[in-house]
Ligand binder design. Structure first.
Ligand SMILES: N[C@@H](CCC(=O)N[C@@H](CS)C(=O)NCC(=O)O)C(=O)O
Length: 228
């Protein structure tokens, strides 16, 4: 991954991904590039020192968040939109990760929206509570608020092996780094055996090493040690 020092845009034939390895949605995008085995240029944006707010990055992603993608002059933010774009453009013939069949795709979108609107924000609140050095009580409250979400996710896995059917899709890839973060934070997962076995399967995919490395970076930023 190359550091990106004040340049406005890196133009290469490869797709450019702007990311921070500690970031959960950045990791989901990197993992998908490994699963699809596509050449990409990874550009590090250090959100720990505020690089996401720099002028050059704001031109690529006006929301000033990671990840972002640049495909020539076409730019895209929002990790789940990037995941869908990567499958659609790199696997034009279709692919089980995000099939073209409207019903299958709608089910995957349903899980992606659940992730964006419910799962990721709850985990993000826990991380914020650690980063802002909130009291133990406040931290525990954010963890308690995650529990019903994990229960729903356990129920999602009661009928299918993955979140949107019996094959891995981009919905699983999107949720994987967020779930391993929950594990790393030491949240009690004993009531969620299906989530644990889903996570174990996901650990065999290409890019798991990057997810683990990102987990270490994140926990170090929080002053903690990873369990995985
Ligand atoms: N919904 C966005 C969330 C992106 C996001 O929250 N990124 C965080 C890192 S995980 C970020 O860039 N934070 C820096 C900031 O808020 O200044 C996505 O999935 O891409």
């Amino acid at each position: 991954m190359i550091p990106h020092k004040g340049r406005t845009r890196i133009m290469t034939d490869k797709l450019n991904i702007y990311c921070f390895i500690g970031s959960l949605p950045s990791r989901a995008v990197i993992i998908l590039t490994k699963v699809l085995d596509i050449p990409v240029q990874l550009n590090a944006v250090n959100i720990l020192n505020g690089e996401q707010n720099s002028y050059w990055y704001k031109k690529i992603n006006p929301t000033m968040k990671v990840p972002a993608l640049a495909d020539g002059y076409f730019t895209l933010s929002e990790s789940r939109a990037i995941l869908a774009y990567l499958v659609d453009t790199k696997m034009p013939g279709g692919c089980g990760l995000y099939p073209k069949d409207p019903k299958k795709r709608a089910k995957i979108d349903e899980r992606l929206f659940f992730d964006a609107a419910t799962f990721f924000p709850k985990v993000s609140s826990i991380l914020q509570a650690y980063m802002q050095n909130k009291s133990d009580c406040d931290r525990k409250k954010t963890i308690q608020e995650l529990m019903p979400v994990l229960k729903t996710m356990e129920e999602f896995l009661s009928e299918t092996e993955y979140f949107a059917g019996n094959e891995m899709t981009i919905a699983d890839i999107s949720m994987f780094p967020t779930f391993t973060t929950v594990y790393d934070l030491g949240v009690d997962l004993s009531k969620f055996p299906k989530l644990i076995s889903w996570c174990q399967k996901m650990q065999n995919i290409p890019g798991n090493d990057i997810n683990q490395a990102g987990g270490k970076v994140l926990l170090e930023a929080l002053g903690m040690k990873p369990k995985l």
